[in-house]
Design a protein around this ligand. Structure first.
Ligand SMILES: *Cc1c(COP(=O)(O)O)cnc(C)c1O
Length: 379
């Protein structure tokens, strides 16, 4: 089965009771037993729920994995991965990453005795010099948020395998439509399904997908033991989102490309960060591991003026100023005052998050309207 078909049919069965084509929302916490232990495979909804299970099967299918797990948020999914580790273990992570992931690592898990190395991985071999006997996990986000750096998953996986280290990839920005990390050698794929997978800005959810049975069993144990699962209603919405992932992503990519090119030609724009440009430092890797370049774009305005950047995002009408990304509607964000405001100016500027940086999640509206909105906002 190819990808587009998988989004609709992958590992899905029609409802056994009435033949419902979409899985019903099993809004139940528990299941009747005829005798102690005499049940139909479902005992309690933290452990299993039929709607969540249909979604978890779909997750596994679209990422070419064997096992999928759904969580109450992307961060809850990352939290479950971290619980594979113990005090004294070390993690190597991309330095340019989602702020909430950085907060979880440094403010929660550092306190439990896990050591983190945040490093630039644009050159994958850089990872090797940080590996020692305690290294248990490599954490990769690609493309990175918000600077759109690209990390070579295959090369990083080769290094991880050689040293028997788990490689986890946050695939939120790319989605399995563009990039399938398990096929490139990663052990775990993670998603904030809140974003492109849900696709309609109407739910918060996380996902993990793996191929290996032993790793899946350990993660299912943590999912049940820690209990950060999502409910059946949200599972239904995410499953519905997955069925149009491929058509949405195709349009996100088309619109993203047009917006990136428009911005690059605008006299008031300084830099445009988008992996589809040949001048992007890791364009060749992006081209080899991604099917297209997505709808996430960051740019800076000339003069690097904080107030001017705020004015630009305030003037946008179709691009809604909001946290999050990946919905059908276009969103804008100003990292220096929003997602990255808690990072000292000097620190954030080291990774490129300067005062005039604006991040766009390009939606699937008509491209002429989006370009006109940017034109009037840039003045
Ligand atoms: C949003 C996001 C997360 C966190 O997911 P939540 O669903 O908000 O908990 C993690 N990684 C990336 C890249 C994200 O964009």
């Amino acid at each position: 089965m190819k990808f587009n078909t998988k989004t609709i049919h992958g590992k899905q069965k029609h409802d056994l009771a009435y033949g419902a084509v979409m899985p019903p929302i099993y809004q139940t916490s528990t299941y009747a037993q005829s005798t102690p232990g005499g049940h139909k495979g479902f005992e309690y909804s933290r452990t299993h729920n039929p709607t969540r299970q249909a979604l978890e099967n779909a997750f596994a299918s679209i990422e070419n994995g064997n096992y999928g797990l759904a969580f109450g948020s992307g961060l809850a999914a990352i939290d479950a991965i971290m619980k594979l580790l113990k005090s004294g273990d070390e993690v190597i992570s991309t330095s340019d990453l989602y702020g909430g992931t950085y907060r979880l690592f440094t403010r929660i898990f550092e306190g439990f005795g896990i050591k983190f190395h945040f490093i630039g991985m644009q050159n994958a071999t850089n990872v090797e010099s940080y590996i020692n006997d305690n290294t248990k996990l490599i954490w990769v986000e690609t493309p990175t948020n918000p600077m759109m750096n690209i990390i070579d998953i295959k090369k990083t996986a080769t290094i991880a395998k050689k040293h028997d280290i788990i490689l986890a990839v946050d695939n939120t920005f790319a989605t399995p439509y563009l990039q399938q990390p398990l096929d490139l050698g990663a052990d775990i794929v993670m998603h904030s399904a809140t974003k492109y997978i849900g696709g309609h800005s109407d739910l918060v959810m996380g996902a993990l997908i793996v191929k290996d049975k032993d790793l899946a069993d350990r993660l299912y144990f943590i999912q049940n033991a820690s209990g950060a699962v999502c409910g059946p209603q949200d599972s239904f919405l995410a499953l519905r989102g997955i069925k149009t992932l491929h058509v949405r992503m195709q349009r996100h990519c088309e619109n993203g490309k047009a917006v990136a090119k428009y911005l690059a030609s605008h006299p008031k724009v300084e830099n445009v960060y988008w992996p589809g440009f040949e001048a992007h430092p890791n364009h060749d890797i992006a081209k080899s591991q991604m099917k297209d370049f997505g709808g996430m774009i960051s740019f800076t305005t000339k003069g690097n003026n904080y107030e001017e950047a705020i004015k630009v995002v305030e003037r946008m009408k179709l691009f809604t100023l909001a946290e999050s990304l990946g919905g059908v509607e276009s969103l804008s964000g100003h990292p220096a005052s929003m997602t990255h405001a808690s990072i000292p100016k000097k620190e954030r500027e080291k990774t490129g998050v300067v005062d005039s940086l604006i991040r766009l999640s390009v939606g699937i509206e008509d491209i002429e309207d989006l370009i006109n909105d940017l034109k009037q906002a840039l003045g």
